[in-house]
Design a protein around this ligand. Structure first.
Ligand code: NAD
Length: 354
């Protein structure tokens, strides 16, 4: 049995619920970190975990990240996340996804589910048969569809802000950007960079995706592990988490790290390590908040593109302010962002408590 309360990633979670359906084989964990700012919202990740405690750590870290992300994006939402233990290529039957919907519904609206790695908009349609607390749908009154294009746009704009601060350059034209993972977000980012005159160097474990990137953008390709050694202007992690750590940070040959992946720092102290190497790091849960803004518009019941745009503009101003404040106080931007997020959450908690 995994130890929930003693887990280093527990961090005051309000609710952690395990769901199992013997008929469909569903095994999932839904973690609600905080509802201080509103009902918890965050995507559902499906993957094979070697051990149950790995899935628990993942969901706890991700749901806490959602609380911080929603706070920084000034959304009326708390933080939560779901993980499903299984192979997305084999285990996702319609009934399996419906039983996931039932698990979400039992939480009575405390948690809104959307897609994340291994789960797509088409899966959400099956989840929606059992619960109304679902977003990222492609059909329906307020459907917002795939959030990745908005995430990619936010990361692109945030990357340019980081470049402005660190390299004093007004654009990315002529820059080289090393992108780790060219999936939904990474591929969109590569396209935006290419259109803006930057050169993407990419890595992925999917050969077909790499071929498309070479054909479409003339991208240079490196092996997955070699991406940390690329001599570039920016490193954009857009695959897994915890890839900025004591093993990889000393290898980086970039002045800026700005990408979409969640939980890029393995531990908060890695933010300080990046600063010591004079690398400007864009805090992940700030730069990648575009997708949840899109999802939040759907949750509000009235999807308004103008509202999404306004929130994304505001988030980019916040990122700019985080860099300015970090320089002023000589702190890692990750620490400045953590402080702002914690303060917003604590103020909301006190307001709620009356
Ligand atoms: P995705 O699954 O579509 O893409 C991930 C890509 O990374 C895939 O192409 C995969 O083959 C590749 N990959 C896996 N292991 C790799 C490795 N070792 N080296 C290089 N590439 C590898 O996922 P996505 O939706 O693009 O999300 C990417 C990251 O951004 C995730 O961490 C996700 O949590 C985060 N994120 C996504 C969104 C969104 O809107 N989709 C929003 C916020 C954060």
């Amino acid at each position: 049995m995994s130890a929930v309360f003693d887990s280093p990633s527990f961090d005051g979670h309000e609710t952690v619920s395990y769901a199992h359906c013997p008929e469909t084989g569903l095994k999932s964990i839904i973690a609600i970190h905080s509802t201080a700012l509103g009902p918890a919202a965050g995507g559902c990740r499906m993957r094979l975990y070697d051990r149950e405690d790995e899935a628990l750590t993942d969901v706890l870290r991700l749901s806490r990240g959602m609380t911080y992300k929603n706070a920084m994006a000034e959304l009326p939402l708390g933080g939560g996340k779901a993980v499903v233990i299984g192979d997305p290529a084999k285990d996702k039957t319609d009934r399996f996804l419906e039983s996931l919907g039932s698990a979400v519904d039992r939480l009575g609206g405390q948690y809104w589910i959307a897609e994340d790695m291994g789960i797509g908009p088409e899966d959400m349609a099956h989840v929606a048969r059992r619960t109304r607390f679902v977003a990222g749908l492609t059909k329906g009154r307020a459907a917002s569809g795939d959030p990745s294009p908005v995430t990619a746009e936010g990361v692109f704009r945030g990357l340019k802000i980081a470049v402005k601060h660190k390299l004093q350059r007004p654009s990315v034209k002529g820059l080289t950007v090393a992108i780790q993972g060219i999936g939904h977000v990474g591929y969109g980012l590569a396209r935006l960079l290419h259109e803006a005159g930057a050169s993407p160097v990419v890595s992925d474990v999917n050969e077909a995706t790499l071929k498309s990137a070479v054909a479409e953008f003339g991208a240079d390709v490196v092996d997955p592990d070699a991406i940390y050694d690329v001599d570039a202007d920016v490193f954009a992690p857009c695959a897994a988490g915890a890839i900025l750590n004591a093993g990889t940070i000393p290898r980086l040959k970039v002045p800026v790290v700005a990408g979409a992946a969640n939980n890029q720092l393995d531990v908060p102290q890695s933010g300080e390590l990046l600063k010591q190497r004079d690398i400007l790091y864009a805090p992940d849960y700030v730069i990648n908040g575009g997708g949840i803004i899109n999802v939040a518009a759907e949750i509000s019941g009235n999807y308004e593109p103008a509202w999404v745009r306004e929130k994304l503009d505001r988030l980019m101003q916040t990122l700019d302010a985080v860099f300015t404040e970090a320089a002023r106080q000589n702190l890692p931007p990750s620490e400045v962002a953590d402080r702002i997020a914690r303060q917003r959450i604590e103020e909301a908690r006190l307001r709620k408590a009356g």
